[in-house]
Every structure is written in C-alpha cells, then in structure tokens.
Design a protein around this ligand. Structure first.
Ligand SMILES: Nc1ncnc2c1ncn2[C@@H]1O[C@H](COP(=O)(O)OP(=O)(O)OP(=O)(O)O)[C@@H](O)[C@H]1O
Length: 206
C-alpha cells in the first residue's frame, strides 16, 4: 500500500553491521526517506555505501539494525536494483517481466500494458524474447530497472544506478523515477557523483 502522506516510507537505524562479527564496516547510521523524496548515499570507494544498502535489506552477515519500510503502521514494498545484475540464465527478458508481475500479483492485462511501455521506453522491445546472458552490461542494467519499475513499490533502493547506461537510458530512467516520486514512492540510491550535483537530493556522506 502506498503511503501518500509526506511521512517516511523508509526508516533506517544501524547500530553496527559488517561481514565478520567484531569487525563492523559501518556503525551509527540513521536516516529516513520520505514519500516522494530522493536520498543519495555518497562517499569514497570502500566507505560503506553498498554495505549500508545490503544491511537495510538484511543481506550483511551480521547487523544490529532496525529498518521499517512503508511507514511505521503499514507494511511496505520495495524494489532493489543491485550493483551487479542478478537474473535467471534460462529465462528471457519477457519471462523475467512476467515472473516479476506474478510475484507482485499484477493482473495479466496490466502487466502486458506496463511491460510494453517499459520495453519501448528503454528501447528493449526487439530483444524481449532473448536471454539476458547475451545482453550487454547496459542492457542487463535496463532489465533490472524495468523489473523494479514494473513492481511500483513504495521504495526504490538502487545501488550504482547508472552502471553501463547510455545518456538516453539515463535520462529515461531519471524521468521514470521522477514520475514514481510524484506517485509518492521514495528513492534511496548510491549514485555517481557527477549526476548528483545536478539534482535535488539529501546527502548522507561517510
Ligand atoms: N563481502 C564482503 N566481505 C568482506 N568485506 C567486505 C565485503 N564487501 C565489502 N567489504 C568491505 O566493507 C567496506 C565497505 O565496502 P562497500 O562495498 O560497502 O563500500 P562502497 O562505499 O559501496 O564502495 P564503492 O564505492 O567502491 O562501491 C570495505 O572496507 C570493503 O572492503
């Protein structure tokens, strides 16, 4: 359910977290993402940006942290676009979209209509029935973004979103993200520095 209030859709408080007990890689971090807000995590290589994202997703080996998605009183949904694309070797792009729609309980007609729009927007219509293993880096990234947009979640969590994207795909991605923020979705991303200087954002720098 979308939180349409300007309240927080993501509330994160990390006491400490890391990959080996007794050796925390990040500590004392807390922040919120409000409905419609875009929050960027920036910092030098190795600072802990990906670890922060992995921790809030419950993917670090150990963590003392509390995370609430969708507001305190409702259970929210999120889409995670990882640094490295993750996909099924034996499923085509269309089958990935179909699977994501089924997992998110999207009606078939709505899925077809939304998927068609996304395929056109990202210039991927002609490769819809191909396996992603033959895609370029940017095409794989576009597939991951399309899977996220199809789900229409409360929160987008995107690690290195511009990896491999050409300028047109970058623009299309940002425009879609703006539309989603108008709908009320929050966005947390670990973006490229040169981009973040040009946009409205909130920084959590380590
Ligand atoms: N899987 C892992 N196992 C052990 N240590 C890790 C692992 N992943 C990251 N680290 C360590 O955790 C620290 C933070 O790494 P992280 O990947 O979160 O940084 P980052 O800010 O995302 O860097 P970059 O900008 O290079 O992507 C680094 O010291 C790194 O060596």
């Amino acid at each position: 359910m979308m939180n349409t209030q300007q309240g927080s859709v993501l509330d994160v408080s990390i006491e400490e977290a890391g990959y080996e007990l007794g050796h925390p890689r990040i500590w004392d971090i807390s922040f919120q993402v409000a409905s419609g807000e875009l929050v960027g995590i920036i910092g030098p290589n190795g600072a802990g940006k990906s670890t922060t994202i992995k921790t809030l997703l419950g993917l670090t080996k150990y963590a003392q942290a509390s995370v609430s998605i969708g507001g305190r009183s409702i259970e929210g949904t999120y889409a995670y676009v990882p640094e490295q694309p993750i996909y099924y070797e034996d499923l085509t792009l269309w089958e990935h979209l179909d699977l994501a729609a089924a997992a998110n309980e999207i009606a078939y007609e709505e899925f077809v209509s939304e998927a068609e729009k996304l395929l056109i927007r990202f210039g991927m219509s002609e490769v819809r029935h191909l396996l992603p293993s033959g895609f370029s880096k940017g095409m794989k990234q576009k597939m991951m973004l399309m899977l996220g947009f199809l789900a229409k979640p409360d929160v987008y969590i995107v690690d290195e979103p511009f990896m491999g994207l050409d300028p047109r795909a970058t623009r299309d991605f940002l425009n879609l993200l703006d539309d989603e923020r108008k709908r009320g979705a929050g966005v947390l991303m670990s973006p490229h520095m040169c981009w973040i200087q040009q946009r409205e954002y909130v920084i959590h720098s380590y």
